[in-house]
Design a protein around this ligand. Structure first.
Ligand SMILES: Cc1ncc(C[n+]2csc(CCOP(=O)(O)OP(=O)(O)O)c2C)c(N)n1
Ligand SMILES: [Mg+2]
Length: 402
């Protein structure tokens, strides 16, 4: 059996501190996390993770680049929203604005054999792995120059050559797919990992728990990053999960998997916690569940215009004023003397112009030809003979991205 060959006795310890939690611990921990998260951060608090090795290793230009990258996501999406409102695209549009530090804090740490996979709120991760604004905007416009030839749209961005495996619309559907990538890496003896992003709503899907069980059992180099933006569509996390913020990752204990939490507005913290998870995956081939507390400023999708029905204006403002990831990072960089106010404005202008150019590119690009309607549906139909029931696509001598 294929599973047997990858299975070995685990050396990983359960839980963050290696000890099983007492019954009341999740609720207590969650309450403490929530309190810490909502309090205004002092400069010392914000710099708490600045000395983590992965952050100490950052040059001034790395720090500046992280700022540029987050601003690019925001400007891209603001431009996309305007284009949607002008009728330039159809279908869904799920904006990532407010969550930028998660994509940038995690994806910047990926190595040559590391992969990512995510859900439909996928624009931020796409830009974070180096996809261009042009190919992303064209995809939103349904154009042939888009990253999925205009046939995927907002929810289905893909870049296999960048080891970015989408873009998935079925909530939680990406969790077993990501597990398969981690399995393939281990099977091939490659020192890499797979980061699978999911939302706070997706943690309640069965496939996620099946995946956790196998990740724990088979010691897979798998990192599940829960982007807890506090809502799944119009349902608040308090109404959908038995434990509140901070308690979602703790479910990993049931599967003997290490877990941690991070404040999503602090890039240093996201990077420090992600680096630990990557090291665990690379060196011990052990999985991690990392829950990142974050927030989306817009509705669930463009169709959710009434998002203030299920949350207050004050709540949104509180995040924008005190926990905006770009603002927090700018503040840190200003204090470190890495970025001035004028430089930050210049970066914003550049990103806005880049997004405008992407709109022009998308506008001028052609739609896919009719002859392509039936291509790119099944890999095996487009590439006859490329797979067998032994999974040749992934397990032949070379992996598709090599
Ligand atoms: C299996 C399945 N059930 C329901 C839906 C409808 N749906 C789309 S998004 C969503 C909410 C998911 O929320 P969360 O996981 O928190 O992700 P977020 O949108 O906050 O990024 C739901 C229920 C779906 N797409 N797939
Ligand atoms: Mg959510």
């Amino acid at each position: 059996m294929a599973g047997k060959s990858a299975a070995k006795k685990s050396s990983g310890s359960a839980g963050r501190k290696g000890a099983p939690a007492k019954k009341s611990a999740p609720a207590k921990k969650a309450a403490a996390e929530k309190k810490a998260a909502s309090a205004d951060k002092s400069p010392a608090e914000l710099r708490r993770y600045a000395d983590a090795p992965v952050n100490k290793a950052m040059s001034k230009s790395d720090k500046r680049k992280a700022f540029v990258d987050m601003v690019r996501i925001r400007k891209f999406e603001q431009a996309a929203l305007q284009s949607y409102q002008k009728g330039k695209m159809g279908g869904f549009l799920h904006l990532y604005i407010g969550q930028e530090a998660t994509a940038i804090g995690t994806c910047a740490l990926l190595g040559d054999h590391d992969h990512i996979i995510t859900a439909y709120r996928d624009h931020g991760h796409a830009l974070a792995v180096g996809m261009t604004m042009n190919e992303c905007m064209a995809e939103l416009f349904g154009k042939y120059t888009g990253c999925s030839k205009g046939k995927g749209g907002s929810m289905h961005f893909f870049a296999p050559e960048k080891r970015y495996w989408g873009g998935h619309g079925i909530v939680g559907g990406q969790t077993p797919l990501g597990l398969g990538i981690a399995y393939a890496l281990k099977y091939k003896g490659l020192q890499g990992c797979c980061i699978c992003f999911l939302g706070d709503g997706a943690v309640n899907q069965g496939p996620f728990h099946e995946s956790l069980n196998l990740a724990g059992l088979w010691d897979l180099p798998m990192i599940y990053v829960i982007e807890n933006n506090r809502y799944s569509m119009g349902t608040s996390q308090d109404r959908s999960s038995v434990y509140p913020e901070g308690g979602l990752a703790q479910r990993a204990e049931a599967y003997r998997i290490d877990w941690d939490t991070a404040h999503g507005e602090n890039l240093y913290e996201v990077r420090a916690k992600t680096a630990q998870a990557i090291e665990r995956a690379h060196k011990k081939s052990r999985p991690t569940v990392l829950e990142i507390a974050t927030y989306r400023y817009y509705g669930h999708s463009i169709a959710d215009a009434n998002h203030q029905k299920y949350r207050t204006k004050e709540e949104i403002l509180e995040y924008q004023r005190n926990r905006d990831p770009i603002m927090v990072w700018q503040r840190i960089l200003k204090e470190e003397g890495v970025l001035t106010e004028d430089e930050a404005k210049e970066i914003e202008t550049e990103a806005r112009n880049e997004a405008k150019d992407a709109i022009r590119f998308a506008d001028e690009s052609p739609f896919p030809p009719e002859s392509e309607i039936l291509t790119d549906v099944y890999h095996s139909v487009d590439n006859p003979g490329s797979h067998t029931n032994q999974g040749k696509i992934f397990f032949n001598d070379r992996l598709p991205w090599e």
